[in-house]
Design a binder for this molecule. Structure first.
Ligand SMILES: [Fe+2]
Length: 456
């Protein structure tokens, strides 16, 4: 068995940090912060509060939020755990009560077989920051700028289904579109919508033939794009209580186009693949265009044979576009770049439109997933510019538009960097990827998962 300290995501830049951190003002080491930049950058990450009782996977770890509050040219860092029910139970017990993704499922666990950590994504809806989980759980409402947990978000008690990471907020209507899945029980998948004011409009259960791990959706002006891709638990292993992730290469990728009000889903088949993250979807007449980072083989067979190595993630994601023709039923697909990139983002305000620019961290050639640069894609011309990080790695960026400026890339990109030695707040000019400001954090933080920009 792999020794815990050898787990790739407990080493180097991924090393867990020592819990929470109180508010601390940052001093820029280069450049300065734009005075118009007002809000809070919030990033979610997996950080075990207690020593894991077995093998550790990158997706394990309690949700730890890192926030940098920006006001009038000043920056304040703080960090708080997401206090899910499972977190509180372990806090009370003073030890970890659940094994991670690589450990056997315990169906007799008194608090349920899987620990919901809300460690994956953060999004702002109806003025509330929601932390969500990749295995589909209970969304948690977070107070900003303090990052304290208000509690589970149930939309007035109406939400009885789970919500997965990567719900989408429509920039035009303020509606929240979400999905969820269950790998063990039917119905395996559902999606739904919450109004801008927080009223649950509907949840539609979808009778999928098999249970798979879904990770993202996309929305266009009139449709929700659902992803049904063949990554899931190995059935034979699951029957023995073991969790082993497998990818079925014989199953076509399926994309479901559903009306935003719910209703009949049109399914389109494409070449087998997995997609962790979409950039956006938009409509061109009767065509729906989806842009995302596509992975041909999410569980390389040499890793699948060696379950001890499943705690590393070896991904080759490439920028990709699918076009689904609602009239003819045809699908067109094309790879847009040959450099591996992931965790892509664009201007949130343009999410449902034919947006031009996307910002995707470049995957470093390593066994664990780290990003050693940032690529700005011009999705219309095919051009790309790259920001090279001199040392360390960067996480997901968020685009913040400069008020009063009309250009799509007039604004800044905000992220945090991580290395063995430390971390920085990094602010880039979105138009040319020039450094606007660097400010060291009081401690190193992990590269983590997803981020949002919360207005204050
Ligand atoms: Fe994700």
């Amino acid at each position: 068995m792999t020794r815990l300290e050898d787990a790739p995501y407990l080493r180097g830049p991924h090393r867990p940090v020592d819990g929470e951190h109180d508010a601390c003002e940052l001093q820029p080491s280069e450049g300065e912060l734009p005075t118009w930049l007002s809000g809070q950058f919030v990033r979610n990450s997996g950080n075990p509060r207690f020593a894991p009782p077995g093998r550790y996977h990158w997706f394990d770890g309690d949700g730890l939020l890192h926030g940098v509050e920006l006001r009038e040219g000043r920056a304040t860092y703080r960090s708080r755990f997401v206090r899910t029910r499972a977190y509180e139970l372990e806090e009370e017990a003073g030890r970890a009560l659940w094994g991670g993704l690589l450990e056997p499922l315990d169906p007799r666990h008194p608090h349920g077989p899987i620990k919901d950590t809300a460690n994956t994504d953060v999004i702002v809806h109806n003025g509330v920051v929601l932390a969500t989980w990749w295995l589909s759980g209970q969304p948690m409402a977070i107070e900003v700028p303090e990052l304290t947990t208000r509690g589970p978000e149930t939309f007035g008690g109406a939400l009885r289904h789970s919500m997965c990471a990567h719900p989408k907020v429509c920039p035009r209507t303020g509606e929240l579109f979400f999905f969820g899945f269950d790998l063990l029980r039917k119905p395996y998948y559902h999606f739904g919508c919450v109004s801008a004011e927080g009223e649950l409009r509907y949840v539609q259960e979808v009778d999928l033939p098999r249970a798979y791990v879904a990770h993202d959706i996309a929305i266009s002006e009139n449709y929700v794009v659902l992803l049904d891709l063949a990554l899931g638990y190995d059935r034979a292993a699951l029957a023995q209580g073991k969790r082993k992730i497998g990818f079925d290469r014989s199953v076509p990728a399926r994309f479901g186009i559903a009306p935003r009000a719910g209703g009949e889903i049109r399914w389109f088949e494409a070449n087998p693949c997995y997609v962790y993250h979409t950039i956006n979807a938009h409509e061109e007449g009767d065509q729906i265009v989806l842009t995302a980072c596509r992975i041909e083989d999410p569980v390389p067979s040499e890793l699948a044979r060696d379950s001890a190595r499943l705690d590393s993630i070896s991904l080759e994601p490439y920028l990709y576009r699918w076009t689904f023709d609602l009239s003819s039923g045809a699908v067109r697909e094309e790879q847009l770049d040959e450099r591996p990139t992931e965790f892509p983002r664009a201007a949130d305000a343009l999410l449902t439109t034919d947006l031009r620019f996307a910002y995707a961290p470049r995957v470093a050639p390593r066994e664990d997933l780290l990003f050693d640069g940032l690529i700005k894609y011009d999705l219309r011309s095919g051009a790309a510019t790259t920001f090279e990080l001199e040392q360390g790695f960067l996480g997901e960026v968020v685009f913040v538009p400069e008020p009063g400026k009309g250009d799509e890339d007039a604004g800044v990109l905000v992220t945090l960097t991580s290395s063995d030695e430390g971390s920085e707040l990094l602010v880039l000019d979105a138009s040319d990827l020039g450094v606007r400001c660097r400010a060291p954090l009081p401690r190193r933080v992990q590269p983590g998962f997803h981020a949002c920009w919360a207005p204050l």
